[in-house]
Structure formats: structure tokens, C-alpha cells
Write a protein that binds this ligand. Structure first.
Ligand SMILES: [Zn+2]
Ligand SMILES: [Zn+2]
Length: 464
């Protein structure tokens, strides 16, 4: 078998890995790189023929985050015979997210925010759904390509990351023996609020493992229960003093998890039942998909509904916004990194100077983002300045700013325990910073000297 990373494997780039399994060509995910714009954000699909002398027969889409599925329409244009396999929940999310991505790309061009034509338009998406095949978890499906010298079978396993997320097991025959490849995709082995922890098979031969938290010791030093308690107490304090709590979130996954958590805190009496919760934009449409699939996808408690939590739309008009910011209240709005001109950025600029208010960060604030700048300023000293947007500020930070670890990814000890349990011959480390992949490689080699550990470079073909 051959493996070739078509997207950047250092950091969170465009997830897309080409596999040649005895003549069948597969890609695992077809993402776009969130740090890049235009054609630069795409995986290098041309390398499939140029470097691996292959063709793509099938694509596996493990979940509906853009770094895993954002380039699927471009892949299909390049390889018109490709079939894309995913879970039913992932397909429902793609049916909503891909057209909205096409519209957003056009809007950015119209507004002058990019010079690049959209990678695909809404028209390009017409008819695409016929190429999307859905499969239940734990149910084998055929992936053999027309030139495959032996059959290839796929099977999805719950990944515990977001709604619909799955790892995939590939079974095929090579040199007369059966081989298995398991791709974890993004994974969380611990339960979140809505989604239970991942549930993977017990063994494999080749493991393709994500390493997002490989360089971080902090996630393993705290537990979800401790973070939940700290979040509950901080939020209760802010509301009791009449403040507004802003919770910047990613619309796909984290928003829904946080809303159900807020509903639980209300039911437990930790925060007042009548405190208003405001939401906005596409997270509401995604919440509907979460609720529609609550009896057919893995859930901790299928009776928990995102729209079971009473919520109001953030009003559009500036005056009405001012009124709801008067507090007490909770705003669950995007973007998680607080990029301008998103609502979390706009609202934060109105709140940071107010001692009563709070910004509660529930994701990983990446370097160079407004969320990170705000956290750094708040940790410096009371009143330290922050620039949240060009042409605004600097503003002194007087509000409470706290970070909580509600990650959708496994910590690195849990990643190592996946290796312990599945006992592969070969591990390929992807989807993490260089330090993260190095830490993982060193620790796997230490515990299992016989395992062949690779950190695939972007663009190098590995023969396995
Ligand atoms: Zn993801
Ligand atoms: Zn990812």
C-alpha cells in the first residue's frame, strides 16, 4: 500500500490523505486549510497522478468540519467518478454547510475580502448528492475500485468528536494476506455534553492517528468535570452581579454542546431559569440537525435537545443589541476565535471595558487571533490594552476573561492509549503541530519499540 498526504500534515491544515490499497485509490477526507485562502487552501489533488501514479475511486468524509470536507466539490470535479462515503448525519450537515460555504466565498469576493473566485458555486453543488453514499456505524461497505486487484471494505466507528463523526477501518488483501488500516480522524475518547466518547475497534495493522493535543500537557491535567464546575461557578458569579457572559463558539459542534450544557445548568438550578440565552446565524440550523438525529446517532442522553434550551435571536439593530447587553444574559455566538467582523468580535468590543461582563472562551484560542490577544491582555493586568479589530481601540480590558477546556479532541494520554489498545505495526501521525507529532512519536517509540512510527511529510509517498 502507498500513503501520500495531499494536505499539510504539520498543524491543522487541509486534511486529505491518498491511499493506494492494492490498486484501489482512496482519499481519507477532502478538507480546506483554514489558514489559507483560495486555491492555496486546497489539497494538492494533482499529486495523486503526478507523484503516486494513481486515481481516486472513493473518498471517505469522516466529519463535517471544513478542514475535513471543504474541498469535496473540487475533488469531485477533478475525479468525476469518485464516490463519497460518510455517515447519514455528516451528509445532512454537508447538505447545509457546503451551499452556505459557496455563498460565503461569493460574499467575500463581492465585499473585497478576497481576490479569489469561489472554489465552487451553489450551481456546482447541484446533483452532487447522488455521489454521496451514507453508511451506518459498525456496518461494512464495499470500496473496491475498478482497477483494484483485491476487494476493499470500509467500516465506520463512532469518533466522539462532533455529530456524525467517524473513524474508518479499511480491510483489504495484499500479498495473499489480510491487512487493516484504521484512520481515527478527529477523535475524542471522553464524553462531551451531547456526544459520547469514541468507540474504536480493538486492533489494526496500520493506524493513522490525529495529534491535535500532542504538545499540550494542560488538557490531561484537568478533567471535564473540573472544567464544568469552574465554568458553572464563573458563569453564576457573572450573572449574579448583573453581567452579560459572551461565549464565542464554533458554529459546528461546540455551539450545540455549550447550549445543552447551559440547559443542564439551568435545570440544576446553578444559573437562573429566566436568564435569557441569545444565539445567532447558522448554529441554529445545525442545532436542528443535531435534534433531528438524536435518536439515530450516538448520544449520552437522547432526550437532551439543543432547541429544548430556550433561546432568542441576537437582534440585528444596534439599539436592540445595546438593550440586551444590559444583562444579565448569555450570548452564544460565533466565531470561536473572535475574528472580525463576526458577532463575537462586535459584541466583545462593547463588553471588554465593563467590569460586570465576561468573555468565556471554551475552545482553543489560536496564536494571532483576537481571542488569544484578549486572553493574553486579561492575564497581564487589570486594564491592559487589547486591539480586537482594525481601527477600533486599543481598549482597556476590565471584564472577566477565562478559558475553559471543553475540547472536542482527545488529550495526548488518550491518544497514546488508542495505540496501546489497537497494537498496530505501523503508526502514521497527522493533524498536529511539529511539536505535537514529535512528542507523540517519542512516546509511542518508548512504549512500543517495535512499532514503525512515521510523521508523513506533505507530498512524500510512503510505501508501507
Ligand atoms: Zn474536526
Ligand atoms: Zn480537524
Amino acid at each position: 500500500m502507498k500513503f501520500l498526504a495531499l494536505g499539510d500534515t504539520d498543524g491543522i491544515g487541509a486534511s486529505c490523505h491518498y491511499l493506494d490499497l492494492n490498486g484501489t485509490g482512496l482519499v481519507l477526507d477532502a478538507g480546506t486549510d483554514p489558514q489559507r485562502d483560495g486555491p492555496d487552501s486546497l489539497p494538492r489533488f494533482e499529486w495523486v497522478s503526478d507523484r503516486a501514479d494513481g486515481y481516486v475511486d472513493h473518498a471517505i468524509i469522516t466529519h463535517a468540519h471544513h478542514d475535513h470536507m471543504g474541498s469535496l466539490p473540487v475533488l469531485v470535479r477533478r475525479f468525476p467518478h469518485v464516490m463519497a462515503h460518510m455517515t447519514d448525519a455528516t451528509k445532512r450537515l454537508l447538505d447545509f454547510l457546503l451551499p452556505s460555504s459557496a455563498r460565503l466565498q461569493q460574499k467575500r469576493l463581492d465585499r473585497g475580502e478576497t481576490s479569489h473566485e469561489p472554489l465552487f458555486t451553489e450551481d456546482d453543488l447541484d446533483g452532487l448528492e447522488h455521489l454521496f453514499l451514507t453508511h451506518d456505524l459498525d456496518t461494512p461497505f464495499d470500496l473496491t475500485g475498478p482497477n483494484g486487484a483485491s476487494s476493499v471494505t470500509g467500516e465506520f466507528y463512532s469518533a466522539g468528536h462532533i455529530l456524525g463523526s467517524a473513524g474508518v477501518e479499511l480491510t483489504f488483501e495484499e500479498w495473499g494476506r489480510e491487512r487493516r488500516v484504521f484512520y481515527t480522524s478527529d477523535t475524542n475518547m471522553q464524553a462531551q455534553t451531547i456526544i459520547p466518547g469514541g468507540d474504536y475497534p480493538d486492533d489494526t495493522d496500520v493506524l493513522v492517528l490525529e495529534t491535535t493535543h500532542g504538545a499540550e500537557s494542560a488538557p490531561e491535567e484537568t478533567s471535564r468535570r473540573e472544567e464544568r464546575t469552574r465554568f458553572r461557578d464563573t458563569l453564576a458569579r457573572v450573572l449574579a452581579r448583573g453581567g452579560t457572559a459572551l461565549i464565542p463558539v464554533f458554529v459546528m459542534g461546540r455551539a450545540q454542546e455549550m447550549l445543552v450544557l447551559l440547559g443542564q445548568l439551568k435545570r440544576e438550578g446553578a444559573i437562573p431559569m429566566d436568564v435569557p440565552i441569545y444565539t445567532a446565524g447558522s448554529m441554529r440550523a445545525i442545532a436542528e440537525i443535531y435534534d433531528d438525529t438524536r435518536n439515530t446517532t450516538p448520544r449520552l442522553d437522547p432526550s437532551d435537545q439543543v432547541f429544548g434550551v430556550e433561546q432568542e435571536r441576537v437582534p440585528y439593530e444596534a439599539e436592540a443589541k445595546r438593550e440586551i447587553l444590559d444583562g444579565p444574559g448569555i450570548m452564544v455566538v460565533s466565531s470561536g476565535m473572535m475574528f472580525e467582523p463576526t458577532l463575537s468580535n462586535v459584541l466583545a468590543r462593547r463588553m471588554v471595558e465593563n467590569e460586570e461582563d465576561a468573555v468565556l472562551l471554551v475552545g482553543h484560542p489560536a496564536d494571532g487571533t483576537p481571542a488569544r490577544r484578549l486572553l493574553d491582555a486579561a492575564r497581564e493586568e487589570q486594564g491592559a490594552p487589547v486591539m480586537l479589530a482594525d481601527g477600533h481601540g486599543p481598549q482597556p480590558v476590565y471584564c472577566t476573561v477565562e478559558r475553559f477546556r471543553f475540547s472536542g479532541h482527545s488529550d495526548r494520554r488518550d491518544l497514546l492509549s488508542i495505540v496501546d489498545r489497537m497494537d498496530p505495526d505501523t503508526v502514521l501521525l497527522v493533524h498536529g503541530d511539529p511539536e505535537a507529532r514529535t512528542w507523540m512519536a517519542e512516546h509511542i517509540r518508548e512504549a512500543h519499540p517495535k512499532i514503525d512510527v512515521h510523521r508523513p511529510d506533505w507530498g512524500s509517498v510512503i510505501d508501507l
